[in-house]
Design a protein around this ligand. Structure first.
Ligand code: SAH
Length: 212
C-alpha cells in the first residue's frame, strides 16, 4: 500500500466526540499516523505479519493503520469506554473483518490484568504526562516489558535527553533512535486553548528490544 493511500484511509477514522483533557486525548492526525506506520513497516518491517499493541489507542487510528499494513493481530488498549466505542465503530466501517481487539485497560495495569500479553511491536501516542505526570514513561516501561522486538512512541522534544538516559539504563532496550522530528498540530480542542491551532514539537522514537 502506498503512503498516500494509507493516509487517505486514515482520514475517514472518526476522532473523539468529547475529548477528555484529564486523559490527554489528542488524536494523531492522519498524515502523522500514516507516516509513523509507513516508516515502521518500510524501514524496519515491524508491522506486516506482526502482533502489535497500540497503547492508549483512543479511537483507533494507529490500530486501524497497522491492520491496513498487514499486522496479523492488533490489540488496542485504552482506559476510556467512549473512545473504545468509537474505535470499534471505526473498525467496523471496513468490509473486511479487521484483526483488531479493542480492550478496556489502564496501560499501567497490563501486568496485573494481562500478565501473558506479549507482542512483537508496540506503537503508541501516549499521554505526554502533562496531566498525569510521567504517564509517558510508565507507558514506555510497560511497552518494554511486553514487546520482543520494537517500540515506537511519540514524545515531547523537551524530554529527549531524559529518554536517552532512560533507554541507556534499561537492559531491555538495545538501540534508542529518534527517527523523525514532527510538528504536531494540536487544534483548539479544549476551552483553555487560546489559539486555533498550536504546534508542539514531538519526536518519533524507535526503541529496539533485546530478546530476553
Ligand atoms: N492513540 C490515539 C489517542 C492518543 S491520545 C491516537 O493516536 O489518536 C492518548 C490516549 O491515551 C487517549 O485515548 C486516552 O484515553 C488514553 N489514556 C490515557 N491514560 C491512559 C491509561 N492510563 N491507560 C490507557 N489509556 C490511557
Amino acid at each position: 500500500m502506498k503512503l498516500k493511500d494509507l493516509e487517505s484511509i486514515l482520514q475517514d477514522v472518526a476522532t473523539f466526540e468529547n475529548p477528555k483533557v484529564e486523559l490527554e486525548q489528542y488524536p494523531t492526525r492522519p498524515h502523522i499516523a500514516a507516516r509513523v506506520l509507513y516508516t515502521a513497516e518500510t524501514s524496519f518491517e515491524d508491522i506486516e505479519g506482526k502482533v502489535v499493541a497500540d497503547f492508549g489507542c483512543g479511537t483507533g487510528v494507529l490500530s486501524i493503520g497497522c491492520s491496513m499494513l498487514g499486522a496479523s493481530h492488533v490489540i488496542g488498549l485504552d482506559i476510556d469506554d467512549d473512545a473504545l466505542t468509537i474505535a470499534r465503530e471505526n473498525a467496523n466501517e471496513y468490509e473486511d473483518d479487521l484483526p483488531i481487539d479493542f480492550l478496556k485497560c489502564n496501560v499501567k495495569d497490563v501486568a496485573k490484568f494481562h500478565p501473558k500479553l506479549r507482542v512483537n511491536t508496540v506503537i503508541m501516542n501516549p499521554p505526554f504526562g502533562t496531566r498525569d505526570k510521567h504517564a509517558d514513561v510508565e507507558f514506555l516501561n510497560v511497552a518494554f516489558s511486553i514487546s520482543n522486538s520494537a517500540v515506537y512512541s511519540l514524545h515531547k522534544r523537551s524530554t529527549r535527553g531524559y529518554l536517552e538516559k532512560l533507554a541507556l539504563r534499561d537492559a531491555r532496550v538495545g538501540e534508542a533512535q529518534v527517527l523523525a522530528e514532527l510538528r504536531y498540530d494540536v487544534h483548539a480542542m479544549y476551552k483553555f486553548h487560546k489559539k486555533a491551532s498550536k504546534d508542539i514539537e514531538v519526536d518519533l522514537w524507535r526503541f529496539s528490544i533485546v530478546e530476553s
